[in-house]
Design a protein around this ligand. Sequence first.
Ligand code: NDP
Length: 300
Amino acid sequence: MSAQIIDGKEFAAKLRANIAIHVERLKKEHDITAGLAVIIIGHDPASQVYVRNKAKQTLEVGMNSFKYELADDVSEAELLKLIDELNNRDEVHGILVQMPVPKHIDATKIINALNPAKDVDMFHPLNAGKLMTGQIGPVSCTPLGCLMMLRDVHGSLEGKNAVVIGRSNLVGKPMAQLLLRDNCTVTMAHSRTKDLPNVVRQADIVVAAVGRAKMVKGDWIKKGASVIDVGINRIDAPERGQGKTRLVGDVDFESAKENAAFITPVPGGVGPMTIACLLANTVTTACLINGLKPPKDLTA
Ligand code: NDP
């Protein structure tokens, strides 16, 4: 039987509608308009589309959007100065620096300069530590979105075997922490993992965050497992015409959906949820900064 497709677009639309309600409530009850600042460096067309999308959705849920487009050759000092300004600006509750930054800028320095209270994608080590020790704080947007979708289809995740493939600070590690927090038994796999297919075959939940097109094959997936495909890979698509490309995930969707019970597609799965969770995190930080309890349905 073919898997049920988890529609990330629809899920994200519902989440944004809920975020809009919380944004409105913050305005009405506390006179706070949540505000998100996004900094993008350089003119990579894909990143620009992504940032434009973020700004549009930020405004649509009723938040303030602050967008800073800096030149490729902006100095580290100028970027740090802007971050310092935003760190101290009251109407900014979330700051996102679009990664990666150019090579002449030290990404660690930038991350450490962020006010942790406004660090909406959990770059800062203080927030990573909060996640690890079970304290409330902003959680990386992509894993948060994955967790929300998994909770939606399963209710409780308790006792499930989860395998997270990939151990980046932004996706794999926080994903594993969140699943652990939800009482899964978690295995983290990476490029040195031995016999990955058999490791994945034990999983009730598979989260693939690798960056390798269709690496996870259908016969790696246990019957009835849930598969969350974080990967975004552009491959040639000659069937669409000469020079055309298309996006695929890290999972071989067609074969995996024959064994999985639930699966996210690429595109239209994790991607839309990532942006929605950025907005959710901005509501969370706006609440925390103002001494209010963040809405439970927007947090991990
Ligand atoms: P990174 O490149 O930072 O990490 C990739 C991870 O995959 C590493 O831990 C690496 O292991 C592991 N890996 C590489 N090759 C293999 C292999 N053959 N077998 C097992 N593990 C392997 O990537 P990110 O975590 O930043 O992103 C992963 C993917 O998710 C990318 O395609 C990215 O575009 C996508 N992405 C999508 C988002 C969304 O919103 N949908 C958001 C963020 C990312 P090791 O540590 O040993 O090198």
